[in-house]
Design a protein around this ligand. Structure first.
Ligand code: HEM
Length: 531
């Protein structure tokens, strides 16, 4: 064959390859468009915001960092069942407590693997599914059972000294802050939560809190985790991001993710070297049997399960604590009641006793007012606020509420917690911070709504509900109460001027994987007893 023939053959092959790729893409595009049209027809009776663009659908979401507020606005305007579309994907938004209760307990609805793309690559280099992102299959069941046992009350009680130590480290660091300095309490509390998960879960202090006061190398765990999480969030908002290799921020995000994997691999190596204490999460993870092989989980499978506990737990708990400090700083009467409760329990710094006694396990349930404050803060600012999504498992429509709602296969069912917690139909004065409401009988129930499985559906659901609710909520509640009791025992917190008051904070609300304030939570930390 001459060179000319060879060149001609190559050209023909290249043209054929381009035609195959274009035809495949075009046919996939057409079939998605067709399914989307059919879904539009099936959902035509459900109200919803008009599409901002024919092809892209409801793009308004992209320009609203405070997406959680947009979901509330839609619920207010279009009612408890509304619909929207992002490109070819239809979503039904539901804020009706009875429908949510039924949906979150339905065996016909499940999580869809695709939703967790960015999260899976955050969790491990192989992008395996994890406890948070997997559908409810046999592997998920095995991991969920082990992790839920790790978070049992008995294990949390055994681990309580670790939680207290992590909180005490934060108190010690804050004591060194000069009087007029401003501290980003959101970052400080996220660090503390990261250390709590490291210590309670894996018997290792990652030094994130300590690194606030020093340039301790080990504290880089926080930077690595936060940067990797930011990258995961960016990948969720932009599914094509990983292909944009020419962009500097994409390359940096990839490196951050690798650094985070390095920290997680370090924890895994520690677990393999020496058997962790039995009350730790690590010991429970090591005992899981892989349903496919009947053998313990391999490292590649353990890694995403370890990572996801940090991802699901550190920002959610840290932001919740920061939102609580903010809410209390705006309500002096609430703070006075917290102080009185701490004083009557011997947990308040006084001139006679500038260092209050250490908090004990039995104190937690006695702090009824502080616990109500935390609940009210989680009602107003549920850190997992835009979870929860489900999709029909099979190829049939899923019927809920005796026919009130029909979810076609492939359509996403979205139950935004924030919109439920801020609904004027469900709560009196939802925008007012009133911890006292949590002393009313049955306050967490949506009274007057039809019962589901003989129970009144909930209107308070910061940890979601049903079989996929938050597996780490015992630790979260314990850490929040312990930390806030120790913080308020020694300090009072004033919002820094640079936050721009409540308006500035409101304008900086942002929903990504968690609900945060883009400015952090800059505060003056004032000791109760000047040293
Ligand atoms: C205030 C703190 C927390 C809040 C508000 C919160 C909220 C939530 C919510 C709403 C979900 C459901 C997500 C969904 O449906 O997709 C969830 C799931 C989960 N949370 Fe939490 N969480 C918190 C703390 C924690 C902690 C401390 C851990 C572990 C260290 C944790 C681990 C998980 C895991 C692994 C799941 C997935 C469970 C499953 O699907 O089986 N969370 N959390």
């Amino acid at each position: 064959m001459s060179m000319e023939d060879l060149g001609f053959l190559c050209l023909r092959l290249a043209v054929a390859a381009v035609i195959v790729v274009v035809t495949t893409r075009l046919s996939s595009f057409c079939s998605k468009a067709l399914i989307c049209l059919l879904d539009s027809f099936k959902l035509r009776h459900i109200p919803g915001p008009p599409a901002d663009s024919l092809l892209l659908g409801n793009t308004a979401m992209k320009s609203r960092p405070d997406r959680h507020r947009l979901f509330s606005e839609w619920a207010h305007k279009y009612g408890p069942i509304s619909q929207r579309r992002i490109m070819f994907q239809h979503f039904i938004q539901v804020t009706d407590p009875a429908l949510i209760a039924e949906a979150l307990r339905s065996r016909e609805l499940d999580k869809r693997p695709l939703v967790g793309g960015g999260i899976n690559n955050f969790a491990s280099p192989k992008g395996y599914l994890s406890l948070l992102t997997s559908p409810s299959n046999e592997r998920w069941k095995a991991v969920r059972k082990a992790v839920a046992t790790a978070f049992s009350t008995a294990n949390m009680r055994a681990q309580f000294p670790n939680i207290r130590t992590a909180c005490a480290q934060l108190v010690d660091v804050l004591k060194t802050v000069p009087a007029n300095d401003v501290v980003d309490m959101d970052s400080a509390l996220c660090r503390e939560s990261l250390d709590v998960i490291g210590m309670v879960g894996f018997g290792q202090d990652l030094g994130a809190t300590r690194s606030l006061a020093s340039s301790d190398e080990s504290g880089q765990a926080m930077e690595a985790t936060a940067a990797a999480m930011l990258e995961a969030d960016r990948r969720i908002t932009d599914p094509l991001r990983m292909r944009k290799f020419w962009r500097k921020d994409v390359r940096e995000g990839k490196l951050a993710t690798q650094r985070f994997h390095g920290v997680m691999k370090g924890l895994l190596a520690g677990m393999r070297r020496e058997r962790p204490v039995e009350s730790s999460i690590a010991a429970h993870l090591l005992d899981i049997k892989d349903p496919d092989t009947g053998k313990p989980l391999e490292d590649a499978r353990l890694l995403p399960e370890i990572s996801i506990l940090f991802m699901a737990g550190f920002e959610t708990t840290g932001h919740t604590a920061a939102w609580t400090l903010y809410s209390v700083s705006q309500n002096p009467k609430v703070e006075a009641k917290i102080v009185e409760e701490l004083r009557s329990n011997g947990l308040l710094a006084t001139p006679e006793k500038p260092t209050p006694r250490p908090i004990e396990w039995d104190d937690i349930q006695k702090l009824t007012y502080l616990n109500a404050v935390i609940k009210e803060s989680m009602r107003m600012y549920p850190a997992g606020g835009v979870a929860t999504f489900r999709t029909p498992k099979g190829t049939k429509d899923v019927v809920l509420g005796g026919g009130r709602l029909v979810v076609p296969p492939g359509v996403g069912l979205h139950m935004p917690i924030t919109a439920v917690h801020h609904s004027k139909d469900l709560w009196e004065e939802p925008e007012v911070f009133k911890p006292e409401r949590f002393f009313e009988d049955g306050v967490e129930d949506a009274k007057g709504t039809p019962q589901v499985n003989g129970r009144t559906p909930a209107r308070f659901m910061p940890f979601s509900m049903g079989g996929r609710d938050c597996v780490g909520q015992t630790l979260a509640k314990l850490n929040l109460a312990t930390t806030l009791a120790q913080l308020y025992g020694s300090f009072t917190f004033k919002l820094a001027e640079e936050m721009g008051g409540p308006e500035g904070v409101r304008a900086a609300e942002r929903t990504s994987i968690t609900l945060a304030c883009t400015k952090g939570m800059k505060m003056h930390v004032v000791p109760r007893v000047p040293s």
